[in-house]
Design a protein around this ligand. Sequence first.
Ligand code: NAD
Length: 348
Amino acid sequence: MKNYALALIPGDGIGVDVTDAAMKVMQAAAARFGFGLTLETFPWSCNYYHETGAMMPEDGIETLRGFDAVFLGAVGWPETVPDSVSLHGLLLPIRKAFNQYANIRPHRLLNGVEGPLKASGFDILCIRENTEGEYSGAGGRVHQGKGNEVAVETSVFTREGVERILRFGFEQARSRRKHLTSVTKSNAQKYSMVFWDEVTRELATEYSDVTVSHMHIDAMAAKMVMAPEQLDVVVASNLFGDILTDLGAAIQGGLGFAASANINPDRSSPSMFEPVHGSAPDIAGKNIANPIAAIWSGAMMLDHLGETDAANAVLAAIELATAQGIGIRPGLHSTDQITTAILGALEK
Ligand code: NAD
């Protein structure tokens, strides 16, 4: 029997609740489809930061390297730890160290879920560059706290980084409806984004079966509201992808439905799976967080591990539950009720 070793980082707030829910469903899927999941939980979080002065131990990355995949809930507790510290102390280092350069986020309405738009037939795959760009962490501050203080933060776009994320997007488009939209702001950002556009045009010649559109981020934001059904695969930089996928979450009914995978496509190190949402301090500990985004992220993990039937069954179980109205609106059902409904549907 195949067995997969999973590293779990529940993190903070509702990250703990949704990770627990997702792992119940993953274990049920493993039992049904005849493979094993061995889970090891790591307490790395803002609490851990309070206890140790770091978001994870110095050898944290090396510890995770031996696992088949990492599953993360959410990280951040802004009341006690600045978000810049928690994000740069855990999530971003993992994405960079493991070269998880493709952050994949699907946006579509699950059966039974009503979004805020009239449009309902959209099916968008957002692919966000995940290791460089605006989140490269290159910069600094001088004269801190003084009147002449200066803060500089530089975006870093390398040919390797831009080419590989676009190539990944073209491949995804090939396996879907063969349309790729590359999102930049090359009218205003005349070096990095013009460079991105050039690389897109170069690669487009290799993928002549894929239709390519170029859009500026502002126009894209409007399009995702006005005509989302015209979009297929969308590729964007780290910051633009981050923002657009919260918009994607909104049009698919809310952050409780937005799943994501941080993929290392060459599989030289583990990939990481996590819902798009954060730790939601406003609802933490109330058993009302929607676990669907986390469970869907778990399905993406199973798919990545090669357990495609199990992945499809989990997604089908989510939609069996939502088709019956379970979890389709905030506060309608508890985290436990939604999880139980999905577990029940998985047995059918
Ligand atoms: P958030 O995603 O935590 O919450 C935004 C809003 O959406 C809140 O009103 C919340 O209640 C709601 N929400 C989110 N997930 C939900 C779910 N599963 N079910 C029901 N409602 C849900 O974003 P935020 O408030 O901007 O950030 C809170 C903390 O999380 C911050 O520390 C932030 O840095 C961190 N954060 C972490 C990640 C991550 O770990 N990947 C992502 C985003 C934010």
